[in-house]
Design a protein around this ligand. Structure first.
Ligand code: NAP
Length: 244
């Protein structure tokens, strides 16, 4: 039977590249989106026209009822959830003193609570299957911290803590939980960074370039594969050597 993967925030960027990779490899893929209906349905139509089994499901990961429904609807369409990729995320740049409660809550609600919500929604299904793989997308800033991104760094560090704790909790049920921590990747998330700042950043990356969405998707795909069956609770950096 075909395996089913749910990818949150799959309407663009890393999530869309991961969707394309899994769909081409023959998985059933749920393309979760929140606001970008157009991009999600365009991606879905283009993959369906090539014979891939994909479906678009709207859910705001910050809302527990919506993540419960996301899992329920996935089970209804495909009968199982074998892999869950917690990719949905937003960033925010600003001094800590300029970060108001609205931005702080948004950053935590989507990046950290969203990952928690999705895990809590999918775990009962995976436990009853006695199998499953959860892959959470953190960030280098969750590992080493970024100036002017205190809330984002804290939320992404929280994703790493969540990953390690849940890996221990779910290992007896045959479920692995790992994180991918990307470095600077070419997506719309970085579109507000000036060319000068980008060049400065790139000059500090040992591999001397930004990463691509496909390179992050490959790491996610590996962690979801049988080749990674004995890997759990780990944080895989995809960062060109920026954090070693
Ligand atoms: P992106 O191109 O801005 O895409 C972000 C995705 O998250 C979109 O598909 C968006 O969907 C989704 N999303 C946002 N809020 C959501 C919500 N409440 N519910 C469901 N989906 C939501 O960003 P990206 O660069 O691909 O980032 C993907 C992940 O990688 C994020 O977790 C990010 O923190 C992490 N990351 C990125 C970089 C980088 O350099 N790009 C580096 C480290 C880590 P809608 O538009 O449909 O709302």
């Amino acid at each position: 039977m075909k395996k089913t993967v749910v990818i949150t925030g799959a309407s663009k960027g890393i999530g869309a590249a991961t969707t394309i990779l899994f769909a081409r490899k023959g998985y059933n893929v749920v393309i979760n989106y929140n606001e970008s209906f157009e991009s999600a349905s365009l991606l879905s139509r283009s993959l369906s026209s090539r014979g891939c089994n994909v479906v678009c499901l709207k859910a705001n990961v910050a809302n527990r009822l919506e993540t419960d429904l996301l899992v329920k609807e996935t089970l209804h369409r495909f009968g199982s959830v074998d892999i869950f990729v917690n990719n949905a995320g937003i960033s925010y740049q600003g001094l800590i003193t300029d970060t108001d409660d609205f931005e702080l809550n948004r950053i935590f609600d989507i990046n950290l609570k969203g990952t928690f919500n999705c895990c809590r929604s999918v775990v009962p299904t995976m436990v009853s299957q006695k199998s499953g793989k959860i892959i959470n997308i953190s960030s280098i800033w969750g590992q080493v911290g970024a100036s002017c991104e205190v809330a984002y760094s804290a939320a992404k560090a929280g994703v790493i803590g969540l990953t390690k704790a849940l890996a221990k909790e779910l290992a007896p049920s045959g479920i692995t939980v790992n994180a991918v921590a990307p470095g600077l990747i070419e997506t719309s998330m970085n579109s507000n960074i000036t060319i000068e700042d980008l060049n400065n950043f790139v000059s500090d990356i040992p591999l001397e370039r930004m990463g691509t969405v496909d390179e992050v998707a490959s790491a996610i795909y590996f962690l979801a594969s049988d080749e990674a069956n004995y890997i759990t609770g780990q944080v895989i950096g995809v960062n060109g050597g920026y954090v070693i």
